[in-house]
Design a binder for this molecule. Structure first.
Ligand code: FE2
Length: 317
């Protein structure tokens, strides 16, 4: 079975990629293997599930803590091995003062201790402290930009391994001279990534997490040419060319999307926990998260409704 496609993205989709990376086949070459020759290497040691939750936008208002707690409870119920958070953990420290911003991260950190498994955080644009002119603080503050994040969660880019798979969490953000965020992988991180990949076997399955999408249909459909993407994502794709990239997980646009590239790797934009600022769906994407089940070299995914929409509507009554 090569791929089982369904018209309903809430159903589990079975993904089996070709393993062409192991044959050293670049992404941009035409895949020549016949689907039936793709033999999966399943083993109990590489069977696990993990959850990808993105765009939580946590704040004390709008019943956001209740909605986040429902997502935490659902992940615990699913008994995932770990959770990856796709960024925009809080809303919002870009424009905020120190007290409010610190309180938001503190709230997030305390609540995320409710997960029964390790949590790996990715940084989002709303998590960058005092980068906008509206903030009373500026670049002189020790918590500026990545500082507050680093104080709470450590490095903004890193990798970890789980049951033979390699997970790379990237920082897709920097700040422009006129004080706006932009989607970019900065040079220092690319140096680190080159080193990380040097130490990763070419056959090891890789999952990349980025807040700002590296690939998306969003800008073609919405007409915002490149505005919501990482400007140098092609550079990272090139670096991964001769590795066994399986999947890119993305956030930011609160949009649910799956794509497959040339029989080699897939990308999923994982909806959001917050919807439209906790007021309802955004882009008509229901609040939820992505559950990923890995078996050997393959994985399947499903968008999980943790019940927040029904609860939100009930609370509005
Ligand atoms: Fe967001």
């Amino acid at each position: 079975m090569a791929k089982e496609k369904t018209g309903n993205l809430n159903r589990r989709q079975f993904i089996q990629t070709s393993g062409l990376a192991m044959a050293g086949m670049p992404f941009l070459s035409l895949a020549s293997q016949k689907p039936e020759s793709r033999i999966a290497k399943d083993s109990p040691e590489t069977s696990f599930e993990f959850s990808f939750l993105t765009d939580i936008h946590l704040k004390p208002e709008m019943n956001a803590p209740l909605g986040f707690q429902m997502a935490i409870d659902k992940v615990n119920e699913l008994n995932s091995d770990f959770a990856i958070m796709g960024g925009d953990l809080v809303y919002d420290v870009m424009r905020g003062d120190y007290e409010r911003s610190d309180m938001l991260f503190d709230l997030y950190q305390k609540m995320s201790r409710g997960f029964n498994m390790p949590v790996y955080n990715c940084v989002g644009n709303h998590d960058l402290f005092a980068i906008y002119p509206e903030s009373p603080e500026d670049a002189n503050h020790p918590d500026y930009k990545y500082g507050m994040w680093e104080r709470y969660f450590g490095k903004t880019y890193y990798s970890f391994d789980h049951k033979g798979w390699h997970f790379i969490v990237l920082n897709s953000l920097d700040v422009t001279e006129d004080k706006k965020y932009k989607g970019v992988f900065h040079a220092e991180q690319l140096e680190w990534l080159a080193e990380d990949l040097k130490n990763t076997d070419q056959s090891t399955p890789i999952v990349v997490t980025t807040h700002i999408p590296m690939l998306s249909t969003h800008w073609q459909l919405k007409g915002q040419n490149g505005a919501v993407g990482v400007e140098n994502s092609a550079e990272v794709i090139r670096m991964l060319e001769n590795h066994n990239l399986k999947l890119i997980l993305q956030g930011h646009i609160h949009w649910k999307e799956y794509g497959m590239v040339n029989d080699r790797f897939d990308f999923i934009t994982g909806g959001s926990i917050a919807g439209n600022g906790w007021k309802g769906r955004r882009h008509n994407t229901k609040e939820g998260f992505v559950q990923i089940k890995v078996q050997g070299e393959n994985y399947s995914w499903e968008y999980i409704d943790h019940g927040w929409e029904a609860e939100r509507l009930r609370l509005q009554l």
